[in-house]
Design a protein around this ligand. Structure first.
Ligand SMILES: Nc1ncnc2c1ncn2[C@@H]1O[C@H](COP(=O)(O)OP(=O)(O)OP(=O)(O)O)[C@@H](O)[C@H]1O
Ligand SMILES: [Mg+2]
Length: 300
């Protein structure tokens, strides 16, 4: 195990920084708050601004990104782990040229890779030749190991909540676990499905207050809110992105503002490319760290 960790560390150190994308996870305590819809539409907006975007569907839930966009995935990350194809082979292309790594049971295995699977993924990464500006990870909801795994490997964690009290308490529970168990101190917040901007700000204030009171040194930066919009539900039913169907609608404009803000927040010291992202996950596994005390240098 020690040798394996050493080899992986060498690979990471030698991987160079050809290009440094921002790796963002979009996550929530409670399910069904709009993560997948936000990831898909955010990715398309970023692509429309000339960014190269890769989306990792890391949610084992039912509303998968490929389904939301009416795409069909023949292969998924499990096939890569089994050595049947490369990471490049499984990429789906969505609107605006966004690239999607589809989810499957393989996502669970990614959290628990065998040595053969690590080598197979590593091999695949050596041939992965996509320059990416943003990698967006759609995590599942809750505080499972799987969700923590992807949040810990991301450089920026965007928590999505709604104004429902259960969503707020679950968002707090998620932040608490990430702070107490994994040492993460900085989070971004999007409040979805709000009746007004004021309601969104109130949710942000409530969450900030409980975080300050019970966790002390946690910073929760509000990115913005998205209105409750029947058009979004219609778009999901029609397997279309709302920013494409109604680009001048209020929801699209608000999300656009959030994306602009993210760019503004971009940290010059962001570390790692996509290869780096996966390799550091592998490294933490080889170290057997069980993700506690993750030795990841974070931009915040
Ligand atoms: N701003 C909004 N206005 C109205 N409805 C919305 C809005 N955002 C999301 N929804 C509704 O919420 C449902 C859940 O959205 P979505 O699948 O994106 O959530 P999720 O957080 O990814 O769920 P899960 O935790 O199951 O993965 C959608 O089917 C959609 O109808
Ligand atoms: Mg989802």
């Amino acid at each position: 195990m020690k040798d394996q960790a050493h080899t992986l560390r060498k690979i990471i150190e030698g991987s160079g920084s050809r290009h440094l994308p921002q790796v963002l996870s979009v996550t929530s305590g409670k399910g069904g708050v709009g993560k997948t819809s936000i990831v898909v539409n955010m990715a398309i907006l970023m692509a429309s601004q000339g960014k190269r975007v890769l989306v990792l569907d890391a949610d084992l839930g039912l509303a998968n990104i490929d389904v939301m966009l009416g795409l069909s995935a023949k292969y998924n990350i499990k096939h890569v782990l089994d050595g049947q194809c490369s990471l490049e082979d499984i990429l789906l292309e969505g609107p605006g040229g966004i690239k999607i790594i589809p989810a499957s049971s393989g996502i669970q295995e990614l959290v628990d890779l065998s040595h053969e699977q690590q080598l197979s993924l590593m091999n695949s990464l050596d041939y992965f030749d996509q320059d990416i500006d943003y990698m967006l990870i759609d995590t599942g909801a809750g505080i499972s190991r799987n969700v923590m795994y992807f949040n810990c490997a991301a450089q920026r964690i965007i928590v999505v909540a709604t104004a429902e009290p259960t969503s707020i308490t679950d968002a707090y529970a998620l932040i608490k676990v990430l702070r107490r168990r994994y040492g993460i101190k900085r989070f971004n917040l999007i409040v979805n499905n709000v009746s007004s901007k004021v309601e969104g700000d109130q949710v942000a204030r409530k969450l900030t207050m409980v975080c300050e009171r019970f966790l002390g040194d946690v910073a929760l930066d509000m990115l913005g809110s998205i209105p409750s919009d029947a058009g979004i539900t219609e778009c999901i039913k029609g397997q279309k992105a709302f920013v494409g169907v109604n680009p001048t609608g209020e929801s699209s404009k608000r999300l656009e503002r959030i994306v602009r803000q993210l760019e503004y927040c971009e940290d010059a010291n962001s570390n790692g490319n996509i290869q780096f992202f996966f390799k550091r996950m592998l490294l933490n596994q080889a170290k057997g760290s069980n993700y506690a005390g993750y030795g990841i240098s974070r931009p915040y």
